[in-house]
Design a protein around this ligand. Structure first.
Ligand code: NOJ
Length: 560
């Protein structure tokens, strides 16, 4: 089977099925709902769908806690529905990449039920069990969802590790039988015809077996478990083995979600010669504005910080490896709210952000609703929130004495439910997402922001995305050209070039709500230009001296 690296030319669209489209009125998005919207996605022009988990799950973490890897959650439909979705997507030339969640399972997975039943269980070693230390948990590691990463289990009197919720026990990748079972399951899906995997926190699977600890930071009693296990001792060995055993036998795309990955590691994971993965999701730009208490601080950040991060990855993976490009996903705030302006300049800044990202080298990922500029949400009470991370953090902080009023701004800024409110399809009740009662309240701005409205307006953000996606198919330089940063110290304007075999594309983006006067270096300003795309009506600039409108963005081809 010849492999074409089709994923380098592709634009991926992420579907979080629970919030995408509900076909049967139970308030929960489902697989027939995805099928119903395939023509919409075809119209947008995307090539690949990344489908967040649809596997059977008790939904402690909305499907990232899997009870059975080989069956479909009944709320989402049946395996027949899944097969039909895959066929219908393929008929339209759209590929489907599944979420692979194998750092942990649900505590209701048959392996864990067996594992916890006895110390002699044949599956005991599929998970990470340790004895107590000094009458408490084995180490001072903290779970990503607050509290200790260890849970005591009465039945056998030992603790099991859970880096996420206590209903998400971590798998023990040291065990070759477990690895073989995972590979078998992956082959089963690939043989069905799926087109690859997005691998959930895959750089956490190799645990440091020395059980390292350190003293917690002042004011804290625990240390994040990620710190010890991200990019752990055997990670490259495991991923290479997975490649040998599974991945290399299929013409597929892989992207590993990797908290705590730096550019040197990123290159190792994605360098073709090493035969591990095609891409990683790094978190460096997602951490902009983090404070000592992590993401919940949400402090101001500078454009030069963003430039430094993006440039480092663009340059670092230019020759070896490949970048993924994203502004948001189901775990992050909405792109326009975080990086643009979600009020007056919502569409304009959305176009600017899209231009910046789709102009870069790598594979762009669009998160559902981004293409119509959906925004963050501010529910008045914590009771409206459903996300386990948000709720656990809130409860912990309340316990420490903070008031609801003090905590809500952090949730408004960074909470995961910002991304999870249902997709706004039209201006009817519940935004046309469901005829029933939605599992999570719809953002009240749906009358103004919805798909129907976007499709009716030729100047909408939707059509701008459509055009950008089209451009990536027409302009080889957008796929393969090397990136070069311009105006490095500029705190308002982000400008760069993409260059390949004598052709250059220039991208300029105003990140502010003010006009900006700029000029570009003579080597660039002197060239003849042809407009590729712009979010302004006035489209011809003299690059020696020009004025950018608020949130203006453009892309030019420079003729040599
Ligand atoms: C990352 C996923 O994107 C997130 O939604 C989930 O909570 C954790 N991994 C645990 O699976």
């Amino acid at each position: 089977m010849g492999k074409t690296q089709w994923w380098k030319q592709s634009v991926v669209y992420q579907i979080y099925p629970r919030s995408f489209y509900d076909s049967n009125g139970d308030g929960i998005g489902d697989i027939p709902g995805v099928i119903a919207k395939l023509d919409y996605l075809k119209q947008l022009g995307i090539d690949v769908i990344w489908l967040s988990p649809v596997y059977d799950s008790p939904n402690d973490d909305n499907g990232y806690d899997i009870r059975d890897y080989q069956s479909i959650l009944s709320e989402f439909g049946t395996m027949e529905d899944f097969d039909r979705m895959l066929d219908e997507a393929h008929e339209r030339g759209i590929r489907i990449v599944m979420d692979l969640v194998v750092n942990h399972t649900s505590d209701e997975h048959a392996w864990f039920v067996e594992s916890r039943s006895s110390k002699n269980s044949p599956k005991r070693d599929y998970y990470i069990w340790k004895k107590e230390k000094d009458g408490g948990p084995p180490t001072n590691w903290e779970s990503a969802f607050s509290g200790s990463a260890w849970k005591y289990d009465e039945k056998t009197g030992e603790y099991f590790l859970h880096m996420f919720s206590e209903k998400q026990p971590d798998l023990n990748w040291e065990n070759p039988d477990l690895r073989e079972d995972v590979y078998r399951m992956m082959r089963w899906w690939l043989d069905k015809g799926i087109d690859g995997f997005r691998m959930d926190v895959i750089n956490l699977i190799s645990k440091d077996q020395t059980m390292p600890e350190r003293r917690p930071d002042p004011g804290k009693s625990l240390v994040s478990a990620f710190e010890f296990h991200a990019n752990g001792p055997r990670i490259h060995e495991f991923l290479h083995e997975m490649h040998e055993q599974v991945l290399k036998h299929y013409d597929i795309m892989t992207v590993g979600e990797m908290p705590g990955v730096d550019v040197e590691q990123g290159r190792k994971y994605t360098d073709e010669a090493r035969q591990e993965l095609n891409m990683v999701f790094h978190f460096e730009h997602m951490s902009l504005g983090d404070g000592p208490d992590g993401k919940w601080e949400d402090r101001p950040w500078k454009l030069t910080e963003l430039k430094e991060i993006m440039t480092k990855w663009q340059e670092g993976l230019d020759e070896h490896g490949w970048n993924s490009l994203y502004w948001n996903n189901h775990d992050q705030p909405r792109a326009v709210s975080r990086f643009g302006d979600d009020s007056v300049h919502r569409e304009k800044s959305g176009k600017m952000l899209a231009t910046l990202l789709h102009g870069m080298k790598g594979t762009p990922f669009i998160y559902q609703g981004e293409e119509i500029g959906m925004t963050n949400v501010q529910f008045s009470s914590i009771n409206e929130y459903k996300d386990i991370e948000t709720i656990n953090w809130f409860n912990e902080k309340r316990f420490q004495g903070f008031s609801e009023k003090e905590l809500m701004p952090s949730i408004y800024g960074r909470g995961r439910d910002n991304a999870r409110t249902p997709v706004q399809w039209n201006s009817s009740e519940h935004a046309g997402f469901t005829t029933g009662s939605p599992w999570l309240t719809v953002n009240p701005n749906y009358e103004d922001i919805n798909v129907e409205k976007a499709l009716a307006d030729r100047n909408s953000l939707f059509y701008y995305y459509q055009k950008l996606i089209q451009l990536r198919k027409e302009e080889e330089t957008l796929v393969h050209g090397s990136y070069g940063l311009l105006l490095e110290e500029d705190e308002e304007v982000y400008a760069y070039t993409r260059t390949r075999e004598g052709e250059t594309i220039l991208v300029v983006c105003n990140f502010t709500a003010e006009k900006q006067e700029r000029s570009l270096p003579g080597t660039i300003a002197g060239k003849e230009i042809g407009l590729l795309i712009s979010n302004e009506k006035e489209d011809l600039h003299d690059l020696k001296q020009f004025t950018l409108q608020p949130y203006e963005a453009f892309m030019y081809r420079l003729n040599t």
